[in-house]
Design a protein around this ligand. Structure first.
Ligand code: NAD
Length: 505
């Protein structure tokens, strides 16, 4: 296989063949943001196909739920091993399809491997409580049962890891899967599904149909969202998508786990280690070309260190290398498409109109790749937290504000509709603890002396307010994928009623 800085359809075709994935001659175009070119076509599922696939997943669930959880873990263990074997090729495909640099593409596959390991351990730890009962000769406990078919809707920017967070946990919890990946990244999804089918064939007792893939846009996702045989919809994407999905699932009394947009902030206080802060800001604000849900978008710098920090940050911004994400020196790959570029330019215009001083933001590599959208990251010094800063623009724009008082900075930090990730840089214990306290950051993720992005799988991941309130990945997020039953067992010969109620004839 020949590997180019700018991939050709032939290279990608070879890569897919290595996974046993063959593309049809027609269908929905799969493009790469590296060149804007079409890499191949994929079949789109009709509403009828989606309904049929949900039915197949449901039939598989009825078998799978009876398999002991540690045996279900064996499937995830085998899948994790396959991911280890194919990490380099899959990581490269993620880079080609989503535009993130190779080390981030590989990192995404590593995240899949990590969550598989986590889920395998979990398959022996789906603990319920034993609860003290007020009645003699009784025992009370909680049991956790498989939930059903889990519908997973994923975004383009984490085309494989977010699905795997859900899939690995759901599988050990005894659920079946129906996955609707982003229409912008169907190829990585076909590969993940093909590898999972391979793992299923290696493990005895796994019902066919346990994992289904449905390809297409929002209309395909909506069929999944509306189907009452899907008790949980785990949806990752924009707040706009969540506003549509959440009420539909609620209307049929389903559960939704929403992982939506962020508008993440960092406070840099006078005692901060500035060298550390600059490095953290750079990765968090420009990494993945600003296309992470946890990307740093708002920076609050104390007036006392503003003039020391900003020149360092400016210098770092000027040195960032933009280009093909497949080249080892590149730090920023392309934006996903023209719409993302237009949204970035519009936001920068709005910031200027609000008195912002903009550095960077211009389009790059135009002559070499006219159909692709590479940009210099933008650093914008703002006089106030104006309207444009209330929204998530999915591009590398960092708005910077000065502050004088920590309480004022925390208030400003929290004064946006989203609540995903946040951080403070300080060496003052009081400031750190205030930021983490009930009166501090209102986000689902709050960090000290590391940036808001790049979470590990061990913690629960998600955010508050318009970020949707969902939690997935580590900690006790597995409970989302199971249903809880409270059981009371009477081993006495009497029938005492709770709260001392008498009901004797
Ligand atoms: P998007 O909302 O455009 O699409 C996400 C997914 O939802 C796609 O699969 C899309 O087809 C589907 N979809 C859209 N409308 C739908 C509808 N009405 N019904 C059913 N499905 C629908 O998002 P995107 O551009 O792919 O991704 C970027 C967004 O995702 C950003 O806002 C980012 O912050 C967010 N994101 C959040 C997290 C998180 O964990 N909080 C993680 C990654 C990305």
């Amino acid at each position: 296989m020949t590997e180019h800085a700018f991939p050709t359809a032939a290279e990608v075709g070879d890569l897919l063949k290595g996974f046993g994935v063959a593309l049809p001659p027609q269908g929905m175009a799969a493009r790469t943001p590296l060149t804007g070119q079409v890499l191949g076509h994929v079949d789109v599922d009709s509403p009828h196909d989606v309904t049929r696939k949900i039915g197949e997943a449901h039939a598989a669930f009825e078998h799978w739920r009876n398999i002991p959880a540690p045996q279900r873990g064996e499937l995830v263990r085998v899948y994790g091993d396959l991911l280890r074997q194919h990490k380099v090729a899959l990581g490269r495909l993620v880079s080609i399809e989503a535009g993130k640099i190779l080390s981030e593409g590989l990192g995404e596959v590593q995240e899949m491997i990590d969550i598989c390991d986590f889920a395998v351990g979990l398959s022996r730890q789906l603990y319920g409580l034993t609860i003290a009962t007020e009645r003699p000769g009784h025992r009370m406990m909680e049991t956790w049962h498989p939930l059903g078919v889990v519908g997973i809707i994923s975004a383009f920017n984490f085309p494989v890891a977010v699905w795997c967070w859900n899939a690995a946990l759901a599988l050990v919890c005894g659920d079946a899967l129906v996955w609707k990946p982003s229409e912008k990244t169907p190829l990585s999804a076909l590969v993940c599904q093909s590898l999972l089918q391979r793992a299923m064939a290696k493990v005895a007792g796994v019902p066919a149909g346990l994992s289904q893939l449905i390809i297409g846009g929002a209309e395909v996702g909506e069929v999944l969202v509306n189907d009452p045989r899907v008790p949980l919809i785990s949806a990752t994407g924009s707040t706009r998508m969540g506003r549509s999905v959440g009420p539909k699932v609620a209307a049929r009394f389903g559960r939704s786990l929403l992982e939506l947009g962020g508008n993440n902030g960092m406070i840099v206080t006078p005692s901060a280690d500035l060298d550390l802060a600059v490095r953290a800001i750079l990765f968090a604000a420009v990494g993945t070309a600003g296309q992470r849900c946890t990307t740093l978008r708002r920076l609050f710098v104390h007036t006392g260190i503003y003039d020391a920090l900003m020149p360092q940050l400016s210098k770092a911004y000027a040195q960032v290398r933009v280009g093909s994400p497949l080249l080892p020196d590149t730090l920023i790959g392309p934006l996903i498409d023209k719409a993302a570029y237009t949204a970035m330019q519009t936001a920068l215009e709005q910031a200027k109109a609000a008195g912002g001083k903009v550095q960077g933001g211009a389009r790059q590599l135009v002559a070499q790749q006219p159909e692709a959208y590479y940009v210099q990251p933008a650093l914008v010094e703002m006089p106030a937290q104006s309207e444009v800063m209330q929204h998530e623009t999915f591009a590398p724009i960092l708005y910077v504000l000065k502050y004088t008082d920590l309480a004022e900075a925390i208030k400003l930090h929290n004064a946006v509709p989203q609540g995903l990730a946040s951080s403070i840089f300080t060496t003052d214990l009081r400031e750190a603890e205030i930021f983490l306290s009930a009166a501090g950051s209102d986000c689902g993720i709050a960090n000290v002396n590391i940036g808001p992005s790049g979470a590990e799988i061990g913690g629960a991941f998600g955010g508050e307010k318009e970020t949707g309130g969902g939690r997935e990945s580590g900690s006790d997020s597995w409970r989302n994928y199971m249903r809880r039953a409270t059981n009371t067992i009477n081993y006495s010969r009497a029938l005492p009623l709770a709260q001392g109620v008498r009901f004797d004839l």
